[in-house]
Design a protein around this ligand. Sequence first.
Ligand code: AHG
Ligand code: MN
Ligand code: MN
Length: 334
Amino acid sequence: MNRITTLDEFIIDKQKDFPFATGELSGLLRDIGVAAKIVNREVNRAGLVNILGLDGSTNQTGDEVKKLDIFANNKIIEYMENSGECSGIASEELEDFIKLPSKANKEAKYVLVVDPLDGSSNIDVNVSVGTIFGIYRRVTDHKQECTIEDFLQPGNKLVAAGYILYGTSTILIYTTGNGVNGFTLDPSLGEFCLSHKDLTIPEYGDFYSINQGYYLQFDLEMRRYIDHCSDSKRSLRYIGSMVSDVHRNIIYGGIFLYPVTRKNPLGKLRILYECNPMAMIVEQCGGRAINSNLERILDVPVTSLHQKSPIMLGSKHLVNEYEEFVMKYRPQNK
Ligand code: AHG
Ligand code: MN
Ligand code: MN
């Protein structure tokens, strides 16, 4: 039997490729791995410990907040507070970013952006949810506390990104810009073990993922593209957790689309902690991620923490095809 490689071993091993690395990024990634195990434990027992249901509030972008969203958010912050590698956190569940108070954290080189629990509407019905994260190197003096500029960086400045999918098994996928690797949690060992080495997305694919219930709210070009997917006998698969839907498309090949709608004229997903990390992963797997202006998601300027963006990402051929539909059907004056 081949010897297993744990996430921690893998991260340490990768650090050797960078002779001047100080180990802080590796430390931060390992801390995220531990925080993920804690969130995983609670997601699995949510029904038992009475943290299902609504918290009674709405978050920055108007979504109803589930108790488990807040729990995951608090656990991640708590873990980072004690780690010393992360200077601040911007999260879907926080109106403003927070600075981590300890001296080591204050002077850390990195900040974290996170969607602590993605797909919350699925929690109460036992369907897969996820966590999305991205890490930026600070642009301000790291002898001082972090500032908003450290967070408002385009996705092309991410030094690492990843997601955790709490599904039939729990898997952590991450990249530091040099390919993508995936680790499945072995519950008997309590370790993430390397299971998807050098992950690549198929260039073509037979799946499309979109909330087709909004069909009549989409632009003409999007409706024509959906018709084309249907005409091509592609399968529609939509869980309603971006992490799960994108993960399927990475493994089997496909496209995920969350376009503008009449209700959400800027799209629904948040660029900083949803679109950018997922776009970096997909690109690093060999796919493409663009917005409805056909701009590369990772190059779009980020001007506020909860900025929204339409997004289309997945297998290269399918994203290219969507682009052709926009060029063909979008009215000239738009
Ligand atoms: P979150 O639970 O973090 O707010 O994200 C939910 C997102 C995303 O995961 C999913 O793709 C999308 O919302 C689903 O939205 P619709 O219900 O509008 O399709
Ligand atoms: Mn989300
Ligand atoms: Mn969320």
